[in-house]
Ligand binder design. Structure first.
Ligand code: SF4
Length: 269
């Protein structure tokens, strides 16, 4: 691994960066082939910067749902120009999109949680499965502090839904840590972050938030906070609790989840 010219602004951040670099290096050494699912948001740009500057053999993809903001899609070109790297876009099956729109309407996800989950299934869950196929591990930029549904997040988990190890190298990072790293290292970021969007998903399902609101309050804002995930870890209609795993990993088990139960969806967007 080549060294990264990071310039952390505090010893605490330097330790976080070193730990994250060690995690990424361990993934590259022990879990190849591994892929990073980038939503192209701030956290994911930190990981993109660390992976590409270290020249780690970890592929980077994004779920191009067809409903992203132009600014988010524009990050693909920004990454290409900054790092000389082409992030692989995974798109939904056009026939499935057409059937959903024809049967329910383009924006039927506003009608019910089930309609929203079906749209996410078509535009995110199925493409994610394709993107992960053949890999031993995947990586996300999720952080524990992002929402109630991510409070139980661990750096390493066993993802039963995809039958592979899932890493969240930024689980311990705060929002301040993310932005301190971005500023100290001149990392490019989605301009929507400067317009009240701390969390960015699909355009019709993301709104700007007010100061003091939860960072994910702008995601699916019309729904209950405990249902604000993409269903990427739903198996046979049951939510899956992802248990933390040691090196050998621990199996997750299907369970009936009350709304307040910590559930990790694994969504990269
Ligand atoms: S976030 Fe909204 S538009 Fe995007 S896949 Fe989910 S329901 Fe569909």
């Amino acid at each position: 691994m080549s060294s990264v010219t990071a310039a952390p602004v505090s010893q605490a951040l330097a330790r976080l960066v070193a730990d994250t670099q060690a995690t990424l290096a361990r993934i590259a050494a022990d879990f190849t082939p591994a892929v990073f699912a980038s939503s192209l948001a701030a956290e994911d740009m930190v990981l993109t910067d660390l992976i590409l500057k270290s020249k780690l053999p970890i592929g980077i993809f994004t779920l191009e749902t067809g409903r992203l903001h132009a600014e988010t899609v524009g990050m693909l070109e920004t990454i290409r120009q900054t790092y000389g790297y082409d992030v692989a876009p995974f798109r939904p099956d056009p026939a499935a999109v057409d059937a959903y729109v024809a049967g329910n309407g383009l924006n039927a996800f506003y009608d019910s949680v089930d309609m929203r989950k079906e749209c996410c299934r078509i535009r995110k869950v199925e493409p994610l499965k394709r993107a992960l196929a053949g890999n031993r591990a995947w990586i996300t930029g999720q952080r524990r502090a992002q929402s109630t549904t991510r409070a139980g997040l661990d750096v390493q988990e066993q993802d039963a839904a995809h039958d592979m190890v899932k890493f969240n190298p930024l689980a311990d990072w705060s929002e301040t840590d993310v932005w301190d790293y971005i500023r100290a290292n001149d990392v490019p970021y989605n301009p929507l972050h400067d317009s009240g969007y701390p969390s960015i998903g699909c355009e019709p399902c993301t709104r700007a938030i007010q100061p003091g609101e939860d960072v994910r309050a702008g995601r699916w804002w019309w729904e209950n906070p405990d249902s604000k995930e993409c269903g990427l870890h739903v198996v046979d209609g049951k939510l899956i609790r992802i248990k933390s795993a040691g090196v050998s990993g621990a199996l997750a088990s299907p369970l009936t989840v009350p709304p307040a139960d910590p559930v990790v969806d694994g969504t990269p967007v």
